[in-house]
Design a protein around this ligand. Structure first.
Ligand code: ATP
Ligand code: MG
Length: 567
């Protein structure tokens, strides 16, 4: 993991990142009347992922920092792949992250008329032409980075013929793929993007906003720079792969616009996360093939998935802040994302006791029929959080793996003849246990000493282990879903010969039924977050119904045995 120490400093102690330096320089020279106006321009062809979150935090963050504005603009130039469902989810995700765009969302499709007019202007200037060749031939003629392209035979068409054909393309007179409008760039340019790029293609498709009005659609490269221009964007922040497109964006504006104002494009490295696939195309495949349960499956790196998994907006913003922005591509350890959510949940969640793989434990010398309430701290990290009363009784559940018939040295949990403390209650000693015909432990029998009660008892023997537990008669049952990484390979998309799907983790989801929880959790609501003591952070899933809760594991705890034993 490449992480600059400076990047973990609180914001005010950190020096400027390279984008802030550029913005501050522009402010000092009073460029654009010292306005800062950024935009986040997603294509509504999928749900947003954690990489987009980086871009959102950056674009909205710069606007906030410099009292500027940030637009949300849907780059909806590709009707075949775009849907209103995606538009809605994108708006929800941006707001959930804690950001608000300036005014109403913008759409590239709002500029279709203007872009068409500008295309006609370029034709009139002799800078664009209609090509009748197939996409395949056009690509061949374009050459390669080391071999210059050759000119299309249609390049010398007259302006009038081009205007006529382009209008007829617009009117729907031609089938898909029969004609394109191309810019007259430089077919021998070392920059492939300048070799007569396609500006418009014919698409008889239903657009999510303009319906069937248009039969031609602008290419992203033709629409993007002009959209920035039309919105008065001052700093157009995008990922590195667009650096080579910049000369083309500038070229279009220079041919069309006479005033001197131009959006300034600044490129930064995209976020890559280990053990994660980030391309929307691949994520869509996971959804379509039912490899995951929808875009918001908690194993997905989508914002919707992370939200359902129990991530907080603050943890994602802290993560974005920590990774910073750089000019060079790198891979961030997914552990850093997990660290960020753990850090936030540690501060804000109440501690509760939940036994995920229960085994019955009977305290044989505890009075039959008696239950008492013991007091437990809600959150040691938050003095305001107070305490709660939890029932304790003769029969409880503990975790199956907190008991071993034949333990190794240094096993500080329960074993025959050994003592442990039950969190907030008593010290117990294992006297006996039952097994079934397969040798699986059924019931553990213990004794307790009333004087060892936590806090108030006169005897406080030093025991090495402290276990969490749930009283049996009042326990509620729940389903708990344990998530693990979706991919087993560190760089699943980085193999030339193999599809990322070959590296799926077959154990990315483990479902535990009949988990036993403290009774107070019965009223937990969807999205509520808890620390299950000694296990991890969990939240209530949307699949929960009354009296049948489902919890998602957000992230496991770091080992905190030592800390608990000290209490
Ligand atoms: P993908 O490559 O994952 O399919 P995309 O780039 O096609 O994503 P867009 O909807 O075009 O998705 O992205 C909107 C904005 O988010 C763009 O400005 C893009 O640069 C930025 N963005 C996309 N992926 C990342 C990433 N991994 N890290 C940082 N920014 C990203
Ligand atoms: Mg894109």
């Amino acid at each position: 993991m490449t992480q600059n120490i400076e990047e973990s400093l609180p914001e005010e102690k950190r020096s400027l990142n390279f984008i802030e330096s550029i913005i501050e320089e522009d402010l000092q020279t009073n460029k654009n009347d010292s306005r800062v106006h950024t935009r986040f321009p997603p294509e509504p062809n999928g749900y947003l992922h954690i990489g987009h979150a980086k871009s959102i935090c950056l674009n909205f963050g710069m606007a906030e920092k410099y009292q500027g504005k940030c637009n949300l603009r849907f780059d909806d130039t590709n009707p075949e792949k775009e849907e209103t469902e995606y538009v809605d989810s994108i708006m929800e995700d941006v707001q959930w992250l804690g950001f608000q765009w300036d005014k109403e969302p913008y759409y590239a499709s709002d500029y279709f008329d203007q872009l068409y007019e500008w295309a006609c202007l370029l034709i009139k200037k002799g800078l664009a032409y209609v090509d009748d060749q197939s996409q395949e031939i056009i690509s061949q003629q374009r050459g390669t980075p080391t071999r210059p392209g050759i000119e299309s035979p249609f390049r010398s068409r007259s302006i009038d013929e081009n205007l006529d054909l382009f209008e007829r393309m617009k009117n729907g007179e031609f089938p898909n793929g029969s004609h394109v409008l191309r810019a007259k760039g430089d077919i021998t340019s070392p920059n492939m993007h300048m070799r007569d790029p396609v500006m418009y293609r014919i698409l008889h498709a239903e657009h999510h906003r303009t319906g069937d009005t248009w039969k031609i659609y602008p290419m992203y490269d033709y629409a993007h720079g002009q959209s920035d221009y039309l919105e008065g964007i001052t700093h157009s922040l995008c990922t590195l792969e667009f650096e080579v497109h910049r000369p083309l964006y500038d070229w279009f504006l220079d041919q069309i616009i006479e005033t001197s104002y131009r959006p300034r494009q600044i490129e930064f490295a995209r976020l890559n996360l280990s053990y994660t696939v980030m391309s929307k195309r691949k994520l869509l495949e996971l959804v379509k093939n039912n490899i995951v349960n929808g875009w918001d499956d908690p194993r997905m790196p989508t914002i919707a998935g992370l939200r359902r998994r129990g991530y907080t907006p603050a943890s994602i913003r802290a993560f974005a802040d920590r990774i910073g922005v750089a000019k060079r591509d790198n891979v961030i350890d997914v552990g850093l994302l997990e660290f960020s959510v753990r850090e936030d949940l540690n501060k804000i969640t109440n501690r509760v006791m939940a036994v995920l793989e229960p085994v019955k434990l009977i305290i044989t010398n505890y009075p039959v029929g008696k239950t008492e309430m013991v007091e437990l701290e809600n959150n040691p990290e938050d003095p305001q959080s107070g305490t709660r009363m939890v029932p304790f009784g003769r029969e409880i559940f503990i975790e199956r793996d907190d008991f071993m018939v034949d333990p190794p040295n240094k096993y500080f949990r329960l074993a025959p003849g050994k003592e442990v403390r039950l969190k907030g209650a008593y010290v117990i000693k294992c006297e006996n246990f039952d097994v079934d015909e397969n040798g699986v432990v059924q019931t553990i029998y213990c004794s307790y000493d009333e004087e060892t009660k936590s806090g108030t008892g006169t005897k406080q023997p030093k025991v090495k282990g402290t276990l969490h537990w749930v009283e049996a008669s009042q326990a509620i049952e729940a389903e708990v879903r344990l998530y693990d990484r979706l991919f087993m390979d560190e760089d699943p998309a980085g193999h030339k010969e193999q599809d990322p799907l070959e590296f799926l983790n077959p154990e990315s989801l483990k479902i535990l039924k009949n988990c036993k929880l403290e009774p107070a959790l019965a009223t937990a609501q969807q999205g509520d977050k808890f620390q299950f003591q000694r296990i991890g952070y969990f939240c209530v899933d949307k699949d929960s119904v009354k009296d049948s809760l489902v919890f998602n594991r957000t992230v496991s705890l770091k080992d905190n045995w030592a800390k608990l034993s000290a209490k």
